[in-house]
Design a protein around this ligand. Structure first.
Ligand code: NAD
Ligand code: UFG
Length: 337
């Protein structure tokens, strides 16, 4: 298949592009490089021996996306391009609605205009909000912040477009907590400034770039008092996209949780990282982070039964791969010549 990957130079998009190329698909990446680097293309080529086509541009520019779809005879779209910082979405909700919801609307318009009928969309476990665990796909959606609401609204847009267009097939993949990097150490997560997320922060502590980790909250009602999440290796996530691309053909709107189906506490992640890498992670307990939930993880049974997909890698694998990436690329893709 010829696949348009929006946001394909980003963290999850680059790993998925590797998986697509390795499985014989052709990839055209569209990215405005707002949160990524073109160096990723060299790294993808190094891993796979194939260079994806790349066109710099904005998904909000519908005419541009129409041209890309037409000129390249695209069969399907995987739509990663979005903004993803929860705190930023609280401070500047319009930017998030514009890019995330507006981007989804724009990509769908371009697809309808060109007869491209299949889209796989990056959604998030954050659409569920504070609900009983484990989350199944039918757990009510009550996202707690503007970022989560942009994902929820984007899903509604896709469901409505699918309802109005009998050939349209939309698959929303609700990712739990993506972590890790490609085992080659060539591509990985490259946050700007101080990482918000746990695994990149731990990696930078291990590399000596940050003094110690703050563990946000040790008074949650969990086994060790720290919060529990369902961490999923980014390579497993990439395989989930391939499965959705190859297995789901029925028109309509489909959703799948992509998670491991169990959770780890922050302290368990620290121990796994230390064991996988031989590094010591100094940490201190700090106040809970506003908006964080105590515990959630996926019921991933639907993805297993319908996509034939389940995670293969552990948090220890993810830690080893994150460290391989971090130690080989201390500045991420920055200052690479
Ligand atoms: P990322 O920031 O690394 O990748 C997103 C890419 O989209 C970047 O390369 C960025 O430059 C590009 N982009 C942003 N706005 C654009 C626009 N208007 N036009 C074209 N390109 C644009 O993020 P990621 O972690 O790879 O996330 C990919 C997707 O998965 C996003 O939709 C995100 O919301 C979703 N998601 C991520 C996580 C996570 O924890 N990383 C969890 C759940 C869902
Ligand atoms: N944490 C720390 N210290 C840190 C960073 C994080 O203790 O320096 C804790 C958090 O409090 C939380 C856990 O580690 O308990 C995981 O935090 P992350 O920031 O890595 O991930 P979140 O679960 O908060 O959210 C992530 C993405 C969201 C996405 C969500 C989907 O950031 O975009 O997963 O489940 F929506």
């Amino acid at each position: 298949m010829k696949v348009l990957v929006t946001g394909g130079t980003g963290y999850i998009g680059s790993h998925t592009t590797v998986e697509l190329l390795a499985n014989g698909h052709e990839v055209i990446i569209v990215d405005n490089l707002d949160n990524s680097s073109k160096i990723v293309l060299d790294r993808i080529e190094k891993i796979t021996g194939k260079r994806p086509d790349f066109i710099e541009g904005d998904v909000l520019d519908t005419d541009f996306i129409v041209r890309v779809l037409k000129d390249n005879r695209v069969d399907a779209v995987i739509h990663f391009a979005a903004l993803k910082a929860v705190g930023e979405s609280v401070a500047d909700p319009l930017r998030y609605y514009q890019t995330n919801v507006g981007g989804t609307v724009s990509v769908c318009k371009a697809m309808l205009a060109t007869g491209v009928n299949k889209i796989i969309f990056s959604s998030s476990a954050t659409v569920y909000g504070d609900q009983p665990i484990p989350y199944t796909e039918s757990t009510p959606r009550e996202p707690q912040n503007p970022y989560g609401r942009t994902k929820f609204v984007s899903e509604l847009v896709l469901a409505d477009v699918a309802a109005a267009n009998p050939d349209f097939c939309a698959v929303a993949l609700r990712y739990f907590n993506p972590v890790g990097a490609h085992p080659s150490g060539e591509i990985g997560e490259d946050p700007n400034g101080i990482p918000n997320n746990l695994m990149p922060y731990i990696s930078q502590v291990a590399a000596g770039q940050r003094e110690k980790l703050s563990v946000y909250g040790n008074d949650y009602p969990t086994k060790d008092g720290t919060a529990i999440r369902d961490y999923i290796h980014v390579a497993d996530l990439a395989e989930g996209h391939l499965a959705a691309l190859q297995k789901i053909y029925d028109p309509g709107f489909h959703t799948f949780n992509l998670g491991a189906g169990h959770g780890e506490s922050v302290l368990e992640v620290i121990v796994a990282f230390e064991q996988a890498t031989g590094q010591t992670i100094p940490y201190q307990f700090a106040d809970r982070r506003a908006g964080d939930l105590a515990e959630y993880y996926a019921d991933a049974a639907l993805a297993e039964s319908q996509l034939g997909w389940r995670v293969k890698r552990t948090i220890t694998d993810a830690s080893a791969d994150a460290w391989h990436w971090q130690s080989g690329n201390p500045n991420g893709y920055k200052n690479v010549v």
